[in-house]
Design a protein around this ligand. Structure first.
Ligand code: SAM
Length: 275
C-alpha cells in the first residue's frame, strides 16, 4: 500500500512543512551564534589594539613623569565616562527609546537596533550634556541581541513595558519624535519627555511613528533639519543620531550647530554628491 494511502497527502505536506520550519530555525540559530562570536572577537581585538597603542605611546615618552601623566590621563578619561554615566541618570532631560516595532523589522534590522542603542549609550557618556535614557518595550529577541553588549550593566533605565504603562510618564508631557511629525520641534524643554522610535527601516516605512503617536494619543514633532538636507528621504536620521541631536541642541541651543556636530560627515558628503 502507498504511504499516501496510509496518512493522506495533507499530513505528509504538514510534516514536510514542520521539518522545513525546524531547519530554518536551526539555520537562524547557527547564524546568530556566529554573529555573537564575531562581536566578541571584534571586542577582544579592539581591546588588544588599544593596549598595543597605549604601550607604543608610552615607549615614545622619555621620563617616568611623562609616562605617569599619560597613564593618569588615560584613567581620567575612563573615570570621566563613568561620571558622565552617573550624571546622565540625574539629567532632567529624559529621552525614551520606544522599541515597540518588532513586527516592522527583519532580524538583521533588530540586530542593527541593538548596535545603535549600544552606540547611543557610549556616545551619551561622551557628550557634554548627557541625557537620561530609557529603553522601553524590550522584547525577547531584542533582549538577546542587547545582551551581547551587556546592556544590563548600562547606566540607563531599561524596561519591558510600553512607556505609557510606566508610572513616571503617565502625567508627563510627551513629544514623540517622528520625521513625519505634525509640528516642528523648536527647542528642548525640561518639562517635556521626548520619545524616539526604536525602529531601523532600511526601506523607509512612512508614518510609522506618526501613526504610533496617534494611537498612543501623544503629540508628534519632527526635528527642524529639513533646511540642512535637500533629499526628503534623508530627513530620516537613525535612532542614535536622532537622540544625540537633542544633546547637541542642549549644548549649542542652535539646530544648525547641533546638526553639524552630530550628523556624520559621511552622510553630509553623500548629500553633497547627490545635489
Ligand atoms: C530610522 S528612524 C525611523 C523612521 C520611521 N520611518 C518613522 O516613521 O519614524 C528612527 C527614529 O529616529 C527619529 N527620527 C529620525 N529622523 C527624525 C526627524 N527628522 N525628526 C524627528 N524624529 C526623527 C524618530 O523617532 C524615528 O522613529
Amino acid at each position: 500500500m502507498e504511504i499516501f494511502d496510509l496518512f493522506g497527502e495533507d499530513i505528509i505536506t504538514e510534516h514536510q512543512n514542520d521539518k522545513n520550519k525546524q531547519l530554518r530555525s536551526d539555520k537562524q540559530q547557527i547564524k546568530n551564534e556566529l554573529h555573537r562570536q564575531k562581536v566578541v572577537q571584534k571586542k577582544k581585538e579592539k581591546k588588544k589594539k588599544i593596549k598595543q597603542q597605549k604601550y607604543e605611546i608610552i615607549q615614545t615618552l622619555e621620563t617616568q613623569e611623562q609616562k605617569n601623566d599619560f597613564v593618569h590621563s588615560f584613567k581620567g578619561l575612563r573615570n570621566q565616562r563613568k561620571e558622565n554615566g552617573m550624571k546622565s541618570l540625574q539629567s532632567p532631560f529624559r529621552i525614551i527609546i520606544d522599541c515597540g516595532f518588532e513586527d516592522n523589522m527583519s532580524d538583521k534590522e533588530q540586530r542593527s537596533l541593538a548596535r545603535q542603542l549600544s552606540e547611543l549609550y557610549t556616545e551619551n557618556r561622551r557628550t557634554d550634556v548627557p541625557l537620561k535614557l530609557y529603553v522601553t518595550n524590550i522584547y525577547p529577541i531584542l533582549h538577546k541581541y542587547l545582551e551581547q553588549y551587556h546592556y544590563k550593566q548600562w547606566q540607563l533605565v531599561s524596561d519591558e513595558k510600553l512607556f505609557t504603562d510606566i508610572e513616571e510618564f503617565q502625567q508627563a508631557n510627551i513629544v514623540y519624535l517622528s520625521p513625519d511629525g505634525e509640528e516642528e520641534l523648536q527647542e528642548i524643554k525640561e518639562d517635556e519627555v521626548y520619545v524616539i522610535g526604536g525602529l531601523v527601516d532600511r526601506v523607509i516605512i512612512k508614518n510609522a511613528t506618526l501613526n504610533r503617536s496617534r494611537q498612543l494619543g501623544v503629540r508628534s514633532a519632527k526635528l527642524p533639519i529639513g533646511q540642512f538636507i535637500k533629499k526628503s528621504y534623508k530627513k530620516c536620521l537613525n535612532v542614535s543620531t536622532a537622540a544625540l541631536m537633542i544633546s547637541g541642541w542642549l549644548k549649542y541651543k542652535d539646530w544648525s550647530k547641533a546638526f553639524d556636530s552630530i550628523v556624520p560627515q559621511k552622510f553630509k558628503e553623500q548629500e553633497l554628491q547627490q545635489q
